[in-house]
Write a protein that binds this ligand. Structure first.
Ligand SMILES: Cc1cc2nc3c(=O)[nH]c(=O)nc-3n(C[C@H](O)[C@H](O)[C@H](O)COP(=O)(O)O)c2cc1C
Length: 208
């Protein structure tokens, strides 16, 4: 095993330190956040969408410090709603390209070649190519000690490719061809190894 303690972490060049720390806690979800801006639609990739609770259905998104323009954050604060769209294998490179610093008046949908889809109850853009789409409403924001901002939001609607949803409401990310992200540049495909029964102290782990 290689040991990297707090001192040797500090000695690492900043890019290497960021790469290590961005990857060491494991893989993260890959999602595109769609918003409406004042002049056009906006789309950006995020690896920090997390489930926070089921009743109410609450998610969180972590934004980097607001020291530069953050169009997604600004649009969410302005319009109080956004869409979350899972990245699957067929749109990885386009999804990654949305992380480029496009000017506020240029839509990433057109710039990267993804299709904006509108649903009856909302003026917000979903990604038509995405197999799992959520409509979310802004709830609160929480300033973290490093300047990042955790935005919490409720899930108002879920749209999901039929073949990826089991009868028990299990979302099968292998069938959706979802990808996971390592750090900020590594995309992994996912394979379901198995689902296990609720763990109890005296029983051996049981595959469903
Ligand atoms: C794989 C990947 C994951 C990212 N995840 C986040 C994230 O969770 N939070 C964040 O603030 N920026 C994240 N970014 C950076 C944004 O995608 C990037 O800043 C983008 O330009 C934001 O666009 P916007 O100004 O239109 O919101 C990520 C970038 C990449 C490549």
């Amino acid at each position: 095993m290689i040991t990297i303690n707090a001192d040797s972490l500090k000695q690492l060049p900043s890019r290497k330190r960021a790469t290590l720390l961005n990857n060491v806690c494991g893989l993260r979800s890959a999602n595109l956040i769609g918003t409406r801006g004042v002049s056009t639609t906006n789309l950006a990739i995020f690896n920090s969408v997390i489930h926070l609770g089921s009743d109410p259905a609450l998610i969180g998104v972590v934004f980097r410090p607001l020291t530069v323009e953050r169009h997604t954050y600004d649009n969410i604060k302005e319009f109080k709603a956004f869409t979350i769209n899972a990245v699957n294998q067929s749109i990885i490179s386009k999804a990654h390209q949305t992380s480029a610093k496009f000017p506020e008046n240029r839509s990433e949908f057109e710039a990267v070649g993804l299709t904006a889809q509108y649903r009856e109850e909302s003026h917000l853009p979903f990604v038509a190519e995405s197999p799992i789409q959520l409509l979310c409403h802004f709830s609160k924001e929480h300033l973290l000690e490093n300047g990042c901002v955790l935005v919490t939001a409720t899930i108002e609607s879920i749209y999901i490719q039929e073949s990826a949803l089991d009868d028990d409401m299990f979302v099968n990310h292998q069938l959706a061809n979802s990808v996971a992200i390592g750090g900020l540049d590594a995309y992994y495909s996912v394979a379901l190894e198995g689902r296990y029964a609720y763990a109890t102290v005296d029983e051996t782990p049981k595959l469903l």
